[in-house]
Design a protein. Structure first.
Length: 259
């Protein structure tokens, strides 16, 4: 069973897209409420949006399965990444609207969660760690870029409208100050999109766990407001919106590759 796809590149850059997957195995889908079977909380089309990264020599790691199966950007012990704030867990039981995603009594128990960790979570993270190690060995450094997207308005998770570009560096600990400054400069140099650094989305488990700038591995999370490249209601990809958005992401990735 293919859990993910990995494109191996030549540059010291790995783009991880942990919530791009939308597939739900039939045995799990049968236990979900009808609305959840569409996997509405998917980071829709981010692999298409980031397709240009191959031209930069980046590696790309893309999962097959939905975050409703298991959330690849949560720690295996499911400790909250945002204490005191609404969030969703390792094997979510509520969606971004705060509503249950499982039919009554059909939520996964501890044994099933442990099995999903072994089947879906661990292979993705093994591949991520191995690819980072390969890039670091080849270049003496590596940048991990964790690409995400979300609806621009999600009252369950945050107030008001989300900024267009939300950069997270775990409060400045997952990458060097120089890299964060370069990224901020790219966003400050354009006026088409709003942006924030280390706002509501400071970086999930992947950014926080793998970012070790002192050891030559830097990690950055980018959370995009989805209306900048797609229709948030139909989930349709909108090339006329996506093109300018991807151009800014490209400049960010180029800045991340600078020594």
């Amino acid at each position: 069973m293919s859990i993910f796809s990995l494109h191996t590149g030549t540059a010291p850059l790995l783009v991880s897209l942990p919530h791009d997957g939308s597939e739900i195995p039939p045995d799990i889908a049968a236990r979900l409420v009808p609305a959840a079977r569409r996997a509405p909380d998917t980071d829709w089309h981010v692999s298409r949006l980031y397709a240009f990264a191959r031209e930069l020599g980046a590696s790309l790691l893309i999962p097959r399965y939905s975050r409703y199966v298991i959330d690849l950007n949560r720690p295996p012990d499911d400790v909250s990444l945002y204490p005191g704030q609404n969030t969703t867990g390792l094997c979510p039981t509520v969606g971004f609207d705060g509503e249950p995603i499982y039919l009554p009594g059909q939520e996964p128990d501890a044994a099933e969660i442990a099995q999903r960790l072994q089947t879906y979570w661990k292979p993705y993270h093994d591949a991520l760690q191995q690819e980072l190690a390969r890039l670091h060995a080849a270049h003496g450094r590596a940048v991990l870029w964790d690409g995400h997207s979300i609806r621009s308005v999600v009252p369950f998770l945050f107030e008001g409208r989300l900024p267009d570009f939300n950069v997270g560096t775990a409060g400045g600990t997952s990458c060097s100050p120089a890299l964060q400054t370069r990224l901020e400069a790219v966003l400050a140099a354009q006026n088409a999109y709003s942006h924030v650094v280390n706002g509501r989305f400071k970086g999930g488990h992947i950014t926080r766990h793998y970012g070790r700038p002192g050891e030559g591995v830097q990690a950055v999370q980018l959370e995009l407001a989805q209306l900048n490249y797609m229709d948030e209601d139909s989930f349709a990809y909108l090339p006329e919106r996506a093109g300018p958005t991807a151009a800014v992401i490209r400049r960010l990735l180029e800045a991340a590759l600078e020594v």
